[in-house]
Write a protein that binds this ligand. Structure first.
Ligand code: ADP
Ligand code: MG
Ligand code: MG
Length: 334
């Protein structure tokens, strides 16, 4: 069997991952993503019968400058410390966290069915501008909230935004997040495709101006289905090109957000005031399953029924109720 081929080391690792009080409250359902810092799983809450998403953060992989000592003397990764203090409709909600010798287990609300913007963009191959504006506005609102609270995300990109089937977006992955400081940062810690030219050149950076650039790249990819630049050389040149179909309001916004001159680049506030982000959007015109060309029934089935290890099939729905008042784009006045 597979088990016989598993090395002793990996079974020890499993023990490390699930060890501690976490396992008394949650049961593994399936893997939904993995990255350098551990892995992300769908899990079932044994106490309240809810589906959650758990991110396993391996202590030995958290950079030495990404830890914070809390008021009560507890040592926590920035990711957990910051998420714990944040509350915003467009940022993922952390429910609780656990800790053992090797791992932190960060329990989050499950948003949607695990589709991030990267997958959404792959499926849609370019999103109509009004719909893209609605999704983008949520991201800009989330980042504006972070900056107002002195926090930088530092890894803004399509993969780190999750979407539900009502186009409600949430920013996730605070693994690179930190407080804005008086001392500029030297090390870039995101993904190079989303990095601004001055930071690629190695200049120290304050942070907000880098995030505006990264949001610009994300919006570009969302609307056009491809990266604005294909490689470091092109980012350094920063010559933006747009398909003919692009609206002039979008050009104004993206030229502002991806201005190679840092002093002239849009701030988050400038972006929030832009015409493109504030355009009228009739969300009812868009059906998620049409936009992504997905089979509704397959998603609903995946989403709602799981067979647990000890037998029974459970049917659950955990989608966050959609609050109409929190839809950021303006509706028409008529
Ligand atoms: P990493 O730091 O390894 O990139 P992330 O926190 O970005 O880990 O999570 C990896 C992936 O898991 C995301 O890109 C997303 O697809 C999925 N994911 C993470 N958190 C959630 C969540 N709360 N709800 C739904 N999907 C999630
Ligand atoms: Mg990520
Ligand atoms: Mg990360």
């Amino acid at each position: 069997s597979d088990n016989q081929h598993e090395s002793k080391e990996s079974s020890v690792n499993r023990e490390d991952m699930y060890g501690g009080d976490y396992s008394e409250n949650y049961q593994f359902i399936k893997q939904i993503g993995s990255g350098g810092f551990g892995c992300v799983q769908l899990a079932y809450g044994l106490i309240d019968n809810k589906l959650v998403v758990t991110k396993f953060v391996k202590k030995s992989k958290v950079y030495s400058d990404s830890w914070i000592v809390t008021e009560d003397g507890r040592r926590l990764p920035n990711e957990i410390y910051l998420l714990n203090r944040i509350q915003h409709p467009f940022i993922v909600n952390m429910i609780e966290f656990y800790e053992n010798d090797s791992y932190f287990q960060l329990v989050m609300e499950k948003h949607g069915f695990g589709m991030d913007l990267f997958e959404f963009i792959e499926k849609t191959n370019g999103v109509p501008e009004p719909l893209a504006a609605n999704i983008s506005k949520q991201l800009v609102d989330a980042v504006d909230y972070l900056h107002s609270n002195g926090i930088l995300h530092r890894d803004i990109k399509d993969e780190n935004v999750v979407l539900d089937d009502r186009f409600h977006a949430k920013l996730i992955d605070f693994g690179s997040a930190t407080y804005i400081s008086d001392k500029p940062f030297k090390a870039f810690c995101g993904t190079f495709e989303y990095c601004s030219p001055e930071v690629l050149r190695g200049n120290p950076y304050r942070g907000p101006e880098l995030e505006v650039w990264a949001i610009g790249v994300t919006i570009y990819v969302l609307v056009f289905g491809r990266n604005p630049f294909s490689g470091i050389e092109e980012i350094l040149k920063s010559a933006l090109e747009f398909p003919d179909s692009a609206s002039s309001d979008l050009l104004n916004l993206l030229n502002g957000m991806m201005n190679r001159c840092v002093e002239d680049r849009f701030s988050v506030c400038d972006a929030l005031k832009s015409k493109w982000l504030n355009q009228t959007v009739f969300l009812d015109n868009y059906d998620f399953y049409d936009v992504c060309d997905l089979e509704r029934s397959s998603v609903e089935f995946q989403n709602s029924r799981y067979i647990l290890d000890d037998g029974p099939v459970v049917s659950l729905t955990t989608s966050t109720p959609y609050r109409k008042s929190s839809v950021p784009a303006k509706r028409s006045l008529d």
